[in-house]
Write a protein that binds this ligand. Structure first.
Ligand SMILES: CC(=O)SCCNC(=O)CCNC(=O)[C@H](O)C(C)(C)COP(=O)(O)OP(=O)(O)OC[C@H]1O[C@@H](n2cnc3c(N)ncnc32)[C@H](O)[C@@H]1OP(=O)(O)O
Ligand SMILES: O=CC(=O)O
Ligand SMILES: [Mg+2]
Length: 532
């Protein structure tokens, strides 16, 4: 049985609410989310308009730089509010979608924290969004269990589990199934609101708190909006202001110029910044898509190319000056059953984590529980205390030109094909309801897939989109490669999965976002039309 309960004045649901989720969408929880939506949707819309206007100015020649109007904040001597005890040591943060089995595996993984992802690693079907909330509530209550019907294995929590940090959707996405006064609710408010409503008391009773990651922001004004959301949410439920703690992902090229300002806006609620490297690369391509700033093949844009290095060191310096954690990024390698491949993956992750720890990061991200020991070792070796906020501050002062410097490297046919192949494989998984999938030994999620499809768009539409052998990337070439890669995928995954994951639809969507003369801001926006 399922209902489309219309219980709260002005609120409608456009999809049935399966009975098992009635305890998530209670009248009080729905009224709470509706209150947030009524208060903040207009401001969210205005901020999205500002993003579009800024893009037009960039297309017309304006380049990002530090803001003159906020110089006082950058030069000022201030710190964020003290960090709670249980967030002091975040040396290894595992990430993943709050699928029931993965939730238990993540909490038992030995990582310090678990970034429970309603965003890049999650496909926002109605069922996924509600089930994630149910799983997170049960996880915080410590009552979560799972019997795997496929293997017969029973899952339950260990005594010691990772601390949960939930990541709601970014400002750009709506939750189309909940309508308040005729408007779709911003997805971030839906995710944040339900998680906060259902878990704050449980967490406070345990001496912990509601902790969040905030994705894909492009300016400090967007951080101000989150801060105002937090204040209203806390006031509404009678929770002291400052109880919520949020870590902001610096994962857009524009936010890098406003790191101090973002920490300042959230200073009462801040738990630091994180280098969201994959969306950061995507953002560079997206923002400068019409310029002569083409990145080389995706595999060549590593954390050691100058603009990525400049950004990560500046993040550490900025955070430590403000008493905040600077968390590193995601190493995408996952364990392999082939011992040789596995050793290669481990070596890459080890190198990445050791560099981050040496540089001064206070913790890092990994995609798979199998990588926990490795990341832990790297941080244990280079970070003696719970963090290194007061120990290391990189002596850097990157200019705007350094933060924007185009890296050297080639655009190759192999890189072009791989982008098409991986992009279609990812969309196949996504359309089947999975937000993260393994492809060729790497975790692929929305952010990594965005890089692939944005490069393909740019190489087709920008005059500089020429392969290193002199071949111009055209729509015709793209269509030929797409057809060939679809055949390769069919051979790789087999006809059954090829049908089940609807790769034909995935190819159609990939084609649409690659050939549309207007760049699609986020693949999840047209993608969402295909869901439910
Ligand atoms: C750019 C960014 O935003 S990064 C952050 C967002 N991305 C992510 O969080 C990706 C997280 N990672 C994942 O989703 C997964 O690791 C994948 C999809 C890449 C690979 O998953 P699988 O193919 O299931 O991996 P594999 O078969 O090796 O899994 C082995 C076991 O580990 C578990 N596992 C794997 N990854 C995770 C994880 N991230 N969290 C919890 N458990 C996990 C599996 O559930 C499985 O459990 P079982 O043995 O009890 O059945
Ligand atoms: O969210 C993380 C990223 O790298 O993107
Ligand atoms: Mg991201």
């Amino acid at each position: 049985m399922a209902s489309t309960r219309q219980g709260t004045e002005g609120v409608e649901f456009t999809a049935p609410i399966p009975d098992e989720f009635a305890e998530i969408l209670t009248d009080d929880a729905v009224a709470f989310v509706a209150k947030l939506a009524r208060e903040f949707t207009g401001r969210r819309d205005e901020l999205l308009r500002k993003r579009a206007e800024r893009q037009e100015r960039i297309n017309a020649g304006e380049m990002p730089d530090f803001l003159p109007e906020t110089k006082e904040i950058r030069d000022g001597d201030w710190k964020i509010a003290p960090i709670p005890d249980d967030l002091q040591d975040r040396r290894v943060e595992l990430t993943g979608p709050p699928d029931r089995k993965m939730t238990i595996n993540a909490l038992n993984s030995g990582a310090k924290t678990w970034m429970a992802d309603l965003e890049d690693a999650n496909c926002p079907t109605w069922r996924n969004m509600l089930e994630s909330q149910l799983n997170l509530r049960d996880a915080n209550l410590r009552t979560i269990t799972f019997d795997d019907p496929k293997t017969g294995k029973a899952y339950e929590l260990n005594e010691d589990v990772a601390l949960i940090i939930a990541r709601p959707r970014g400002w750009h996405l709506n939750e189309k199934h909940m309508i308040v006064d005729g408007h779709e609710v911003p997805g971030g408010l839906f995710d944040f609101g339900l998680y906060f409503f259902h878990n704050v008391q449980t967490l406070l009773d345990r001496g912990s708190g509601p902790y969040f990651y905030l994705p894909k922001m492009e300016s400090h004004l967007e951080a101000r909006l989150w801060n105002d959301v937090f204040n209203l949410a806390q006031d509404e439920l009678g929770v002291p202001r400052g109880t919520i703690k949020a870590t902001v992902l610096i994962e857009t090229i524009l936010a890098t110029f406003e790191m101090d300002e973002i920490l300042y806006e959230l200073r009462e609620h801040s738990a630091g910044l994180n280098c969201g490297r994959w969306d950061y690369i995507f953002s560079y391509i997206k923002k400068f898509r019409e310029k002569d700033l083409l990145l080389p093949d995706r595999s060549e844009v590593t954390m050691t190319v100058p603009f990525m290095r400049a950004y990560s060191l500046l993040t550490i310096k900025t955070c430590h000056k403000r008493g905040a954690h600077a968390i590193g990024g995601m190493a995408a390698q996952i364990p392999s059953k082939d011992p040789e491949e596995n050793e290669k993956a481990n070596a890459k992750v080890r190198e990445d984590k050791e560099r981050e720890a040496r540089d001064g990061h206070d913790g890092t991200w990994i995609a798979h529980p199998g990588m926990v020991p490795l990341a832990m070792e790297a941080f244990d070796e280079h970070m003696k205390g719970p963090n290194q906020i007061n120990e290391k501050s990189p002596d850097v002062n990157p200019t705007a030109a350094e933060l924007l410097e185009k890296p050297e490297g080639n655009i190759t046919e192999a890189g072009f094909r791989l982008n098409v192949n991986v992009g279609v494989q990812y969309l196949g998984g996504w359309l089947a309801g999975r937000g993260a999938i393994p492809v060729y030994g790497l975790m692929e999620d929305t952010a990594t897939a965005e890089i692939s499809r944005a490069q393909v768009w740019q190489w087709i539409h920008n005059d500089a989109g020429v392969l290193d052998d002199g071949t111009e990337v055209t729509e015709e070439l793209f269509r030929k490669v797409l057809a060939e890669e679809l055949d390769n995928i069919k051979e790789l995954v087999g006809p059954e999965r090829f049908e089940r994951d609807e790769f034909g639809k995935a190819a159609e969507l990939f084609d649409r976002i690659s050939t549309d003369k207007n760049f699609v801001d986020f693949l999840t926006i047209p993608g969402y039309e295909y869901l439910d």
